[in-house]
Design a protein around this ligand. Structure first.
Ligand code: AMP
Ligand code: ZN
Length: 478
């Protein structure tokens, strides 16, 4: 299998540490608001990675976190804690905010058919205490491990302490710029909020490991005891502490969006190298962003940070959105507006209609077409080339293979695509529609065209257009 590694900036042969087993850490959502279409894209890409590895026969050991403390607005050391800010706006406790938006993430994952890190489709109503069993982990459950991690960095000479915080000293780590390919001296201290900046901070690129409950943060609600006084962890330490505790000091893949490369992941890498003396992550994988027509950042204030609920309200089904996300490779920027979504909706419906046109009665009756399965696997091994996988499906639909075998094979591919093809084929033509079709067939045989037209209109109300073809009535989703 080949994957693009952001650290070496090239496509590489993927060889897991342990043969047949892949360990993955996925940077998870910050649970202070509903996810927007950008966040949802990130998790679609890593769901495809997860499903592809399973399809290719690997055991997957994947962990994903919920960031419920320490992630500051604008990814700035001295911004507002996103959880606390949201809590004060909504007048509820930050822990309740986290619970509320963890539920929202679980619900979106379910609707979009994203696997939990443990590889199942989780009931979004699950008891939140059970999440850890499914490899969903909360940052606030790992405060002790974070403190231990900082202590090790301290012992290895990578930190310094001020009145306000404990920092990682980037000057002690020469390789800091490798992941982002950026000169760290380019960063300017306190450009955003000079008044709040810690005067004792030595280098603008130094970052907080532990923020003390003093100064700007004296009223911070979430805080814990530590060797450096009461306070809360920096954002980056959570992923280092959780990934190494759960997956070991070396693991295979780390995923996240490209926005995380210059700060969050560069810092995480520095922390791990500071403790272990070597990289922990073997392959860094990053998804490109959702782009709006004017190339604006997605944000609530611009009104373009749509949530899944907004998308559904706009008449687009979760599987249409999923189809839109997976139709390109994770490294391709993806256009986002209602027109392109509408096109993806039509493309997905057309795929379903082409399968329906094969007129297979029993979807499980055929045989797997091994040649096509091999070609499909080749697409996955080619840096998750789903667009060629979709082209392969199109070829398969045009092929002379037996219809039953074609359907059986496409349903097998859907273990990776996750488009719920089987359910869509089942659900769409309900018993009621089947009955109406039967009645219409009879009406046409009796040349009662008025009744046949009435029935056609009735079927249209269920979302289908009936076409009369030489092989009989055919349905097309409207
Ligand atoms: P956050 O909740 O801000 O921690 O982000 C969750 C994930 O969404 C991270 O992996 C981000 O890199 C990713 N992400 C944020 N915005 C976008 C976007 N516009 N397109 C794709 N991925 C994004
Ligand atoms: Zn992270």
């Amino acid at each position: 299998m080949k994957l693009y590694n952001s650290l070496t900036k090239q496509i590489e042969d993927f060889k897991p540490l342990k043969e047949g087993e892949v360990s993955i850490y996925s940077c998870g959502p910050t649970v202070y608001s509903d996810m927007h279409v950008g966040n949802l894209r990130a998790y679609a890409e890593w769901d495809i990675l997860h499903r592809s590895l399973l399809y290719l026969g690997y055991d997957v050991n994947r962990v994903m976190n919920f960031t419920d403390v320490g992630h500051m607005s604008d990814d700035d050391d001295f911004g507002e804690d996103k959880l606390e800010e949201s809590a004060s706006k909504q007048g509820i406790d930050p822990f309740e905010i986290a619970n509320k938006y963890i539920r929202s993430v679980l619900s979106d994952f379910y609707k979009l058919n994203y696997l939990s890190p443990s590889g199942e489709l989780l009931d979004p109503e699950i008891d939140l205490e059970e999440l850890k069993k499914h490899n969903w982990v909360r940052a606030t459950d790992y405060i002790d491990e974070m403190i231990d991690f900082i202590k090790k960095l301290e012992a290895n000479g990578y930190t310094y302490e001020t009145e306000q915080a404990v920092y990682f000293d980037v000057m002690k780590y020469e390789d800091y710029g490798k992941l982002c390919g950026q000169d760290l001296r380019e960063k300017e201290v306190g450009v955003r909020d000079e008044g709040e900046v810690d005067e004792e901070k030595r280098n603008p690129a130094d970052f907080v490991l532990w923020m003390k409950k003093v100064g700007k943060y004296k009223n911070h609600i979430m805080s814990w005891n530590s060797p450096w006084g009461e306070g809360f962890p920096g954002w980056h330490i959570e992923c280092s502490a959780m990934s190494s505790n759960l997956l070991g000091e070396k693991f295979d893949i780390h995923t996240g969006g490209v926005d995380l490369i210059p700060v969050h992941h560069s810092n995480e890498r520095a922390q791990n190298c500071g403790v272990y003396g070597h990289d922990s992550v073997r392959y860094w994988l990053h998804n490109e962003f959702i782009r709006t027509p004017k190339d604006e950042k997605l944000s609530k204030s611009r009104g373009n940070a749509l949530t899944l609920e907004d998308i559904i309200d706009g008449g687009i089904e979760p599987m249409d959105l999923r189809f839109h996300y997976i139709s390109v490779n994770y490294r391709t920027p993806l256009q986002f507006n209602w027109e392109v979504l509408e096109k993806s909706r039509r493309d997905r419906i057309s795929l379903l209609n082409r399968i329906r046109d094969l007129d297979v009665e029993d979807y499980s009756s055929g045989e797997l077409l091994e040649d096509y399965v091999e070609k499909f696997k080749d697409c996955l091994r080619d840096n998750l080339n789903i667009s060629s996988a979709l082209a392969l499906i199109s070829d398969l639909l045009k092929s002379d293979e037996k219809c039953e075998d074609i359907v059986k094979t496409i349903l097998d591919f859907d273990r990776v695509l996750g488009l719920r093809i089987y359910e869509s084929l089942q659900e769409d033509v309900s018993e009621e529609v089947k009955k109406l079709l039967e009645e219409r067939k009879k009406a046409r045989e009796e040349k009662d065209f008025e009744q046949s037209d009435t029935l056609r209109d009735e079927i249209a109300k269920h979302g289908f257009k009936v076409m009369d073809t030489p092989e009989g009535q055919k349905l097309e989703k409207i």
